[in-house]
Design a protein around this ligand. Sequence first.
Ligand SMILES: Cc1cc2nc3c(=O)[nH]c(=O)nc-3n(C[C@H](O)[C@H](O)[C@H](O)COP(=O)(O)O)c2cc1C
Length: 313
Amino acid sequence: MKQRISILADLRIKIGNETFDNPIWVASGTFGYGTEAPDLVDVNRLGAIVTKSITRQPREGNPPPRIVETPSGMINSIGLANIGVERYIREMLPIYENLSTKIIMNIAGTDIQEYVEIMKMVESVSSVIVGYEINISCPNVKKGGMEFGVDCDMTAKLTAKLRNITERLLIMKLSPNVSDIVSIGMSAQESGADAVSAINTVVGMSINANTGESNIHTTYGGLSGPAIKPVGLAMVHKLYQDLSIPIIGIGGIVNREDVVEFMMAGSVAVQIGTANFRNPGISEDILDTLEIFLEETHRAAATELIGAVKTHS
Ligand SMILES: Cc1cc2nc3c(=O)[nH]c(=O)nc-3n(C[C@H](O)[C@H](O)[C@H](O)COP(=O)(O)O)c2cc1C
């Protein structure tokens, strides 16, 4: 009997000088600091872990209610609750030494100085983190975050400042809550970003019809999950057409088909967010099935999917 010889597809992808084992990453705010995954999850199989946003000082975040389920998604208004950069350096960085997956630290701030200070503090200690994702797109804080992500000049200024501080990967995380995401992406590219990630959450609202009350303390929050997947796909595709740096796709990914679609739209890698709350091991499951898909469709490498969408115009 003839034996079927299967050659596993190459899942590796490259951003800047960094090679990642595969394109399946977990998204900021949905996988903690990367150190508290349940025993059943083998985090070392992930292409990368993006940590939740770290700010200069610890933050309690917004008061409850700060999470509500919505059709095919959820709205959150966590408000960047985190332990602050000093504790992060002391407690989390040493743990990363024992992980073989790549860690990308997500940074948030209220002004340029805060981002700069955080990055300088991390750069001054030895650590295995391979890069930074810069949150310029959080819709859930009164000051900062979104102010940068909606303004080309601010994005350019911040990107250039941070580029001067680090040689590690610099990824600017873009907001969908803008009129022209491509011009913001171009500003990041021209100012030295290695990549952009898109998208952060979409501003949303939820009301209890019986009580008339808002279901979120801050009235508006960030919509995530499958409901925003078409928005994410469109934004990635628009960026892909004009930018030359890699794009990391995010938004409502729950299975292998979603990953394939995001890569066909132009993503080099993807991040899985809300789906982790239902199943923290989902990225591993998706990785297994992605490998099978590539083999079945006779693709030698995951990179063959990037930008492969056939549009009608
Ligand atoms: C509960 C929650 C917390 C989040 N916290 C952060 C955060 O701290 N920093 C950040 O850049 N994005 C944060 N995000 C946004 C996600 O990283 C991701 O961009 C967004 O949820 C869209 O992906 P998804 O639809 O797969 O969840 C958060 C999302 C959720 C649902």
